[in-house]
Write a protein that binds this ligand. Structure first.
Ligand code: G3H
Ligand code: 13P
Ligand code: ZN
Length: 321
């Protein structure tokens, strides 16, 4: 039985984006695959009174089961109320690659979907994105498109080099497709290895500003925006891990971007690092421990702190719920 996001207490990102663009902040888009991640996200957002976009990738749906994830998001709405805060929660498909996947998500309570046609030609990207928009808008579901290619890994797709978004294409893309927001490539990338050691970790804010001039006030999305905190990498490596030369996006640059029309910032890898660091530390320090709650509990706590830090110091979405 298809279900609408409206019936389960979720909201669409349309009004949230309009407010964020005007207010000079970005909404956190945090990925989740399991209960502890979801609990940490909701606790952090309620405690800071921030709206939130819960992101589910196709990999997450395969890992956790689509039905379970949808009910977890529904549970998150009630959980937030129980914690004393009624915050706007969006359930969003991250990196949808087919029309069919987008339809399936919309039918199971998603309020927003990304159709990532960035690996296709411009014309094919337009055609696919437009088709998803036509379906989604019938149900007041918002659609995120993407122009330009991020270096790094996106699910099964791996790109070696960045293909920066061409500012001269954005207006045409947005007009032809009817998308509600646009993900752009300005030097961010997925995963923990975003820059080569010895190079300057800098994103192309100049391209962002050029894009903003072409589509003033239009909601822009940044993927691949983890900062890969060196202290987390150190905890992992000090406790048996082996992450070499992991480098992320400096937080000041993300804060700068969030002040502009960038209204959604995607963060997944930093959460993975925080969780792994906490788990490795417990297991290394207490080798006799075998109750998962004893390492997943500290991992959840580390995630909650990380998410709050991002909201307050990077995104600026605290108090905007
Ligand atoms: O952009 C990718 C997100 O970090 C989701 O990653 O596809 O491994 O779940 P995943
Ligand atoms: P990170 O790998 O930088 O966390 O990016 C996540 C992302 O873009 C999810 O779509
Ligand atoms: Zn992404």
């Amino acid at each position: 039985m298809p279900v609408s996001y409206k019936d389960i207490g979720l909201v669409s990102s349309k009004e949230l984006f309009a407010k964020a663009v005007k207010g000079g902040y970005a909404i956190p888009a945090y990925n989740f695959n399991n209960m502890e991640q979801l609990q940490a996200i909701i606790m952090a957002c309620v405690e800071t009174s921030s709206p939130v976009i819960l992101q589910v990738s196709s990999g997450a749906r395969k890992y956790a089961n689509a039905t379970l994830l949808r009910y977890m998001a529904e549970g998150a709405v009630e959980y937030a109320k129980e914690l004393g805060g009624s915050i706007p929660i969006v359930l969003h498909l991250d990196h949808g690659d087919t029309y069919e996947l987008c339809v399936s998500c919309i039918e199971s309570g998603f309020a927003s979907v990304m159709i990532d046609g960035s690996h296709h030609s411009f014309e094919e990207n337009v055609a696919l994105t437009k088709k998803v928009v036509e379906y989604a808008h019938k149900y007041d579901v918002t659609v995120e498109g993407e122009l330009g290619i991020l270096a790094g890994i996106e699910d099964e797709v791996k790109a070696k080099e960045h293909v920066y978004t061409k500012p001269e294409e954005v207006e045409d893309f947005v007009t032809k497709t009817g998308v509600d927001s646009l993900a752009i490539a300005i030097g961010t990338s997925h995963g923990a290895y975003k820059f080569k050691p010895g190079t300057n970790p800098e994103i192309r804010l100049d391209i962002l500003h050029e894009i903003e001039k072409r589509i003033p006030g239009f909601p822009i999305v940044l993927h691949g925006s983890s900062s890969v905190p060196p202290e987390l990498v150190k905890i992992i490596n000090d406790n048996g891990g082996k992450l070499e030369d992991a480098i992320g996006i400096p937080e000041e640059q993300l804060r700068e971007a969030a002040k502009s029309a960038v209204c959604k910032i995607n963060i997944d890898s930093d959460g993975r690092l925080a969780m792994t660091a906490a788990i490795r530390k417990v297991l290394n320090e207490k080798p006799a421990e075998f109750d998962p709650r004893k390492y997943l509990g500290p991992a959840r706590e580390a995630l909650r702190e990380l998410y709050k830090h991002k909201i307050i110091n990077v995104l600026g979405s605290n108090g905007k719920a």
